[in-house]
Design a protein around this ligand. Structure first.
Ligand code: ATP
Ligand code: MP5
Length: 276
């Protein structure tokens, strides 16, 4: 195959800028699984490490912002991604570093404003919320908070996702998708500043939702990287996240089990032959 033909066959590239979950359920680990599920090459800029399992987060180690910048430069100069997602960003200095590197690049950007883990730990410092809104939201293609994050960001107590999504867009994000895992209505709600789109999702009553939001936002970025429009990418993200819960690993640890976008129970190592 000529090098041009080989290059044409290469997968789209997507980047996650987020934090590690040592338990493999959420964060970078969930994002890379979702990227693989969608057939894109996944890259990762890790901004913090969590000591975490299915029962909670016991410690957080922040990367120096200079090292976050080094990772961003390494990826952006050699492997420019076709889309990016951000997840747990932890601190204002990290957010500023990320914003400085993404400003003016015009790369589709999905921001999952991860604030609190489903197990209860704070994953975005209180004093970093303003930086997230002021520095990163204007660079986004879409932001994807869950219902509680959307309420915290807007100060609204309602469960009316249309009203909250409009308030999020008023905060400076071009589009907002309030996800449907919590609250009464199992609906992912997208508002792009002009039109509202309600996407019903199948909610499974399973104790394996750890990483559902990460899987959702990573899938959305992967679909944008593959050239889908925002509404199509959002629908696919809801479907992949819901399926990842259906395939979730209930009972893997003592707490809420991880979702599984790759349905690893279907997979096994290839059989070795004499030649190997
Ligand atoms: N029990 C469930 N069954 C099926 N799909 C689910 C379930 N829980 C969450 N999802 C899907 O996963 C996606 C993310 O959902 P959710 O609103 O729960 O976010 P989260 O995991 O709390 O996210 P975040 O990363 O923003 O903190 C949504 O599309 C949602 O419908
Ligand atoms: C590193 C990291 N990133 C994101 C989440 C949120 O995921 P969840 O809401 O399922 O706990 C998490 N717990 N850990």
């Amino acid at each position: 195959m000529s090098s041009t033909a080989a290059a044409a066959a290469l997968p789209a590239r997507a980047l996650t800028i987020a934090s590690s979950d040592s338990g493999g359920g959420a964060g970078i680990q969930a994002d890379l699984k979702a990227f693989a599920r969608c057939g894109v090459h996944g890259m990762s800029v890790i901004v913090a490490l969590t000591a975490q399992n299915t029962t909670g987060v016991s410690a957080i180690h922040e990367c120096p912002p200079r090292f976050v910048a080094d990772q961003l430069e390494a990826v952006l100069t050699d492997l420019p991604p076709a889309a990016i997602k951000t997840g747990m960003l932890l601190s204002a200095p990290i957010i500023t570093t990320v914003a400085n590197h993404l400003a003016g690049k015009g790369i589709p950007l999905v921001i999952d404003p991860v604030m609190v883990a489903s197990s209860g730990s704070r994953l975005l410092r209180e004093d970093a919320v303003a930086a997230l809104i002021e520095e990163l939201f204007p660079l986004a293609t879409v932001i994807t908070p869950n219902l509680m994050e959307a309420q915290a960001l807007t100060g609204l107590g309602t469960e009316n996702r249309a009203e909250i999504a409009e308030a999020l867009v008023a905060l400076g994000a071009p589009a907002a998708l309030v996800t449907g895992g919590h609250g009464i209505d199992p609906i992912d709600h997208l508002y792009d500043g002009r039109a509202h789109l309600e996407m019903p999702v199948t909610r499974y009553p399973l104790a394996a939702t750890h990483g559902a939001g990460c899987t959702h936002s990573a899938t959305l970025a992967a679909c944008l990287a593959r050239g889908m429009d925002l509404a199509g990418a959002a629908r696919t993200a809801g479907t992949v996240a819901s399926e990842a819960v259906r395939c979730g690993l209930v009972g893997l640890g003592a707490g809420d089990g991880p979702v599984d976008a790759l349905d690893v129970r279907r997979l096994s190592p290839p059989t070795l032959t004499d030649r190997h």
